[in-house]
Design a protein around this ligand. Structure first.
Ligand SMILES: Cc1cc2nc3c(=O)[nH]c(=O)nc-3n(C[C@H](O)[C@H](O)[C@H](O)COP(=O)(O)OP(=O)(O)OC[C@H]3O[C@@H](n4cnc5c(N)ncnc54)[C@H](O)[C@@H]3O)c2cc1C
Length: 284
């Protein structure tokens, strides 16, 4: 289907975007890589009067070192994030998740901020963002505010970004030296996950000192597997101990049932993939 007619704006600064959002309100939609927005417009699930293309704003692109965090600009493509040496060194979990995200074409068009703002509960970037304690920098008419990952994902396709606001960058606290692994279960390569698990683990002398685990497609938003994280702390990095902790992976989740699998199947998958992801991240 062809989208309904809309006006196209291509501002070159964040201030211009904010002014356009203030002027057009609900009638405007921001476009980053367009990989999720354009299908939505073509299916006529949304019909904005104005599309604001943020792809020409240089200030929103790139990865930089900011002391104890790395900062990823909202319109940095998945391909650029996935191949960035700072990301590889300090946030390896994100680089690993991106190797599983869609195909090369989409990774070269789709953006880090666009995927997180889209907030698909099956998206590959929500779980690592939660696991690494990302902070979302959001610009609005009254200045800039920062939202913790735990408060960013509000509901299905809904985030803390207001209609008149723009996600400008994402700060990822450095997890240098942490082991990381991403497990994604699909029927067909390059598909969205039926369930995915992102795990970051800090091992000290054979003991799991800290573990962070994020889940995709286990509820209406990406989730932290907090019961697993608590059960892993202080445990030896062995199959037996990790298996016992991972058995709690589905605690507090509410997975959907669909043609790819019912909720019980997803609960089972979450425990299996969590065990695999944590063991691999711990190097066990
Ligand atoms: C065939 C296909 C397969 C895919 N497979 C996967 C997959 O396996 N795993 C996965 O994680 N993703 C997958 N994706 C989605 C991909 O990751 C997209 O890149 C992503 O969802 C959207 O990023 P985008 O930059 O294209 O955003 P857009 O499509 O431009 O925007 C998406 C939404 O976010 C809003 N938005 C974008 N940027 C901002 C911003 N800076 N501030 C505020 N709001 C903003 C837009 O208004 C829109 O509502 C797939 C997409 C396709 C088409």
């Amino acid at each position: 289907m062809i989208p309904t007619e809309f006006d196209y704006l291509a501002p070159t600064s964040v201030d211009e975007v904010l002014a356009a959002l203030a002027q057009h309100g609900d009638d405007a939609k921001v476009m980053a890589g367009g990989q999720s927005l354009l299908p939505v417009l073509r299916m006529r699930l949304n019909a904005p009067e104005v599309v604001i293309d943020i792809g020409r704003i240089d200030a929103l692109r790139g990865v930089r070192d900011d002391g104890d965090a790395i900062v990823i600009g909202a319109t940095t493509t998945h391909a650029d994030v996935g191949s960035n040496p700072l990301v590889a060194e300090h946030a390896a979990l994100i680089a690993k998740a991106i190797t599983h995200l869609a195909d090369a074409q989409i990774r070269h068009r789709g953006t880090f901020g666009g995927a997180l703002a889209h907030a698909d509960p099956g998206g590959d970037l929500g779980p690592p963002a939660l696991a690494l304690g990302a902070e979302f920098v959001i610009a609005g008419q009254n200045g800039t505010r920062t939202v913790a990952a735990d408060d960013f994902f509000v509901d299905l396709f809904e985030t803390a970004i207001g209609d008149d606001e723009l996600l400008t960058e994402v700060r990822i606290p450095k997890h240098t030296g942490w082991g990381a692994h991403h497990e994604k279960f699909v029927r067909i390569a390059h598909q969205w996950p039926i369930v995915a698990v992102a795990a970051a683990v800090r091992v000290d002398g054979g003991t799991i000192a800290e573990a962070r685990v994020g889940l995709a497609n286990m509820g209406s938003t990406p989730l932290r597997a907090r019961a697993v994280e608590e059960a892993l702390a202080g445990q030896p990095a062995t199959d037996e101990a990790v298996r016992a902790a991972a058995s709690q992976a589905a605690d507090g989740t509410n997975p959907p049932s669909d043609l790819n699998g019912d909720a019980d199947y997803r609960r089972h998958l979450a425990t299996v993939l969590t065990r695999r992801a944590v063991l691999a991240a711990a190097g066990a």
